[in-house]
Design a protein. Structure first.
Lengths: 195, 195, 195, 195
């Protein structure tokens, strides 16, 4: 099975990033797609399987690349999918669910923004089945910090490549404009799948 | 919601580790349970939310601990659950599925063992919905290397604490005895949920 | 002892980055200075010393921040110090030394550029006293990958914040212009200290 | 230049670990020596230099292994060198220096023990030339957390492999017995080199 790039079109509804920042981000995403195909071909050929070692081995290098590139593919797709709506209102059900775990929707929002500010990779609102709660997951890289078995609902890229071309070091502004450009319909659809 | 330790009983069917190694591992698992309750109380009290920062902040420390401890809880529970069967035969459906992606069950097994030898934390057979394939996930810590959205089916703890008391540095022997003590019924049950 | 920001002035001799990219990078460097003072004050007050724990503890969070911010300070200072010369010729002694370990100066250069392309944080030419050789150190973050006891001679920032504002994802171009803007006099001075 | 294993002999003066724990630890150290020779041969042959990439590439895997194995070699040598003295008294100069930065020798000791308890890899007392202070460095792996340009003076291995065979999960006891078995003469000799 080959990885194929999904199509994401820039439109006027995307207010969190401009076309230039969007285009360069798309190229990086495509890079992860290509790397996954390279990695899967190496695995298919059983490269280095017999000399596997945890200090250094070619197989170890491939496996480290696999989780990094695969999560790079998946998280970017979720991110591009959940931005671009000018109707920035969560439906009542979402507000209610987040209020249950955070006291209020606004308090959840404060936690999510704080998670973004504290993270070097990604901030993800997810459902954690182990505790039956909604958590704001903090990742430092594509594959460092993902919560096991969690279902991602809202995904925010906090890598410097996601905002630096447009915002430089003003990450607070980037986050603020992301919060105003969430496609809550997409988030709601993902929540539907939980039930 | 409070985290509560699940009960795992040692029995003669557990051949991969002896009672002493099992008991110490149980105490470490319980430590993660307790840490999650400590962390959730801090989050509930909105500790450090207003001073979040990605270089250093109290909130950042809490969030890093959250993914580490939560995955520590979840992966240990999956691990203890999928060991301890003396009937070490995967059902035909599992063999067939893994043969599809790896050429043969034996080749999958070679890949899984190599993944364990190449990993500093965990080896996990999981289903990756993005590529509709079964992958052997390599983790270096509880929260470094988990594949986004993946469903874990078979979980092997490769932390030194999992085997060192009994096997010292003979990790190949530990892995070999794990492969002979997998509860394939549990793995099969987890696969059922995929359909 | 308080950390104080060193002065680095932008000049026409700095060709690897423009003034805008330089200024934003300076602000990030200043952020690490401030964080170190915050962290040192917490340590001075013995914050969390009694509840130290490796899964999660406030003390652990402080210590993780300490290595990250401190290396952020040190490596940025070395980087800003070793760029900005239009006389881009290593002195004969440097060429000779690198030729000893890499066959030729050009082959060392190929390795250094490859190290930069393979790294998510920093590329550093350093002296490794353990093997009495010059190594190209690859770091993924400020504090992930630094070689113990090594002496840094040439430091290149490969964080996305170092080039993205000016070069977007064209990191090869950034590296190429860095290689043409090295202050080899500074590198030579650092080598002098080795003898 | 080939890496050659240094000789460390077990004696009755080593009270922090028994002979069995010592021997297995020696084998792991030897593994890092061997891996460095393997890695240096790959680098000498310019393996993968032309296809270097930061997501995945063979060269990247080699460079990650290089810092991990090299630090594994260096830190283990420093550790084995600074244990095994029954005359557990720091000389007055060391006490005085640490008192300057920590208020008292006992407070430094509390910080060092806390650093060990908070670390997943190593605790190191080192001299930081940037701030002209003595810091307790916390590492999570061989190459994650080392302070740039620092000079290590006292090194404690907190990997589970360092104590688990003898102490199981009782790491507090291991640390306590380490503190009573430090060779302060060695630490003093390393401090001499600073002046």
């Amino acid at each position: 099975m080959q990885f194929v790039k999904l199509d994401f079109e820039y439109s006027d509804d995307v207010t969190v990033i401009n076309k230039e920042q969007f285009d360069v981000h798309m190229r990086l995403y495509e890079g992860y797609i290509n790397k996954m195909n390279e990695i899967d071909a190496l695995l298919k050929a059983n490269t280095g399987v017999k000399e596997a070692n945890a200090t250094y081995s070619e197989f170890r290098g491939i496996k480290r690349g696999e989780t990094y590139a695969l999560n790079g593919v998946i998280l970017h797709e979720l991110y591009f999918e959940n931005i671009g709506s000018t109707n920035n209102t969560p439906n009542p059900q979402i507000s209610q669910i987040l209020s249950r775990d955070y006291g209020s929707f606004d308090n959840w929002k404060a936690h999510f923004v704080a998670t973004a500010l504290a993270s070097r990779g990604w901030a993800i609102l997810c459902y954690d089945p182990r505790s039956d709660t909604f958590r704001n997951d903090s990742l430092d890289t594509h594959d460092d910090g993902y919560m096991a078995m969690s279902i991602p609902l809202l995904v925010l890229d906090m890598y410097e490549h996601a905002y630096f071309l447009q915002y430089a070091d003003n990450k607070a502004e980037y986050i603020s404009r992301f919060m105003d450009n969430i496609d809550w319909q997409v988030v709601g659809d993902r929540m539907e799948l939980l039930q």
